[in-house]
Design a protein around this ligand. Structure first.
Ligand code: ADP
Ligand code: MG
Length: 356
């Protein structure tokens, strides 16, 4: 594998020649080994919130002594399901009864007392906004809604301008246990961070319940607990942005780590024959014109990895790499528009696992 050190030496940014990459296969099929004994599949479990689409996942339990493994598995599964539903009731943009909706409805009216979980998430969102010159911005909701409702026509410039005038993170004020959107019609949308946060909570719950080994996949947000039951680290595949789902260009070996990818290739709409993806640039009001096809962030915190992958995508390779370096024990793999792969601080990253 050819590795080239950057000229300025400021980043440990390595370039891997894509010509040396081979289609990866087989990371996930490794789970077949465990399926026979203790894996519970959460496949098909879909929560109705777009920003918290829990559409697949699996749980492996080990080391639980005398307990019946199936009963224990079902017990853990049910607890996790309940917790994820509760989180959706907190974070969903679309549920009238969620804390987020309450906060949005009270924009310009009054502060709202929020749960400690939501408060923590809002704090982290503001922190990432601050460190990224607002490339990550949960108050982009009015703009996100404008694009979601676009249909067959691009939003008009005056509509974009109007939406952008509401999208300032400074309008979100946090105080002890309350949050306040201080301007009327401001709104927040946690689509860029919510799934990661849910993965953290889910894994925390597993640990509390004595699960020694787990692999959680919430719509592409992966977080692992411990090692695999055979003691080896989990390997998490990174989707190749141009290849069918399941084909990876590499993998990250990890235990107790989260691996989250953001990219333009999966969620987009077509307007006038042109593709418009779902990660927006608050400076232009348009989908981010990134020089990247995808960014994968590896960190202990899945919420942070989720937020940073969205942000680094908006910022592009150079600034995105700088952002990752600003966070301790966080690393990333970038897949550029010209099909080059770069990594920042990723000792666990394996470019190609299996040659076909
Ligand atoms: P996915 O949900 O597909 O995994 P991301 O984690 O990258 O993708 O989040 C994209 C979602 O985040 C969008 O659907 C939208 O709800 C929200 N979003 C879009 N642009 C931004 C941004 N610049 N900052 C924060 N959130 C954003
Ligand atoms: Mg994200």
């Amino acid at each position: 594998m050819a590795r080239k050190r950057p000229k300025n030496g400021r980043w440990r940014l390595w370039q891997h020649a894509l010509t040396e990459s081979f289609a990866y296969s087989g990371i996930y099929s490794a789970f077949g080994v465990f399926e026979r004994s203790v894996t519970l599949n959460l496949n098909g479990f879909t929560l109705d919130c777009d920003s918290l689409a829990v559409n697949s996942g699996s749980l492996v339990t080990t080391g639980i002594g005398a307990l019946n493994i199936t009963e224990f598995g079902v017990y853990v599964y049910e607890a996790a399901t309940e917790k994820l539903r509760a989180l959706e009731n907190t974070m969903s943009f679309y549920r009238d009864t969620s804390e987020v909706s309450l906060l949005n409805r009270n924009a310009g009216v009054a502060p709202v007392r929020v749960s400690s979980e939501l408060f923590q998430l809002l704090r982290l969102s503001k922190d990432v906004a601050e460190k990224s010159e607002n490339a990550f911005n949960i108050t982009l909701a009015p703009l996100i809604q404008l694009w979601r409702k676009a249909g067959n026509e691009l939003p008009r410039p005056d509509e974009i301008k109007n939406a952008l005038s509401l999208c300032e993170i400074e309008n979100l004020i946090l105080d002890e246990d309350s949050a306040y959107l201080c301007k009327k019609n401001c709104m927040i949308d946690l689509g860029g961070i919510g799934k990661g946060f849910a993965a953290d909570i889910c894994c925390g719950l597993y640990r509390e319940m004595g699960v020694a080994s787990a692999f959680v996949n919430l719509g592409g947000n992966v977080k692992t607990v411990g090692n695999r039951p055979d003691g080896k680290p989990w390997s998490v595949g990174i989707q190749h942005p141009d290849k069918p789902r399941g084909e990876c260009f590499g993998a990250v070996m990890c235990s107790d780590l989260s691996v989250v990818t953001s990219g333009a290739y999966e969620r987009f709409q077509i307007i006038g024959g042109e593709k418009f993806h779902h990660i927006l640039d608050g400076k232009t009001g348009f989908p981010a014109l990134s020089d990247l096809k995808s960014v994968t962030v590896i960190s202990q915190s899945s919420a942070l990895a989720d937020a940073l992958s969205t942000t680094a995508f908006v910022l592009g390779l150079k600034k995105g790499a700088e952002l990752i370096r600003a966070f301790a024990e966080t690393s990333a793999v970038f897949f550029s528009n010209d099909n080059k792969i770069f990594s920042v601080g990723t000792p666990n990253f394996i470019h190609v696992l299996t040659r076909q």
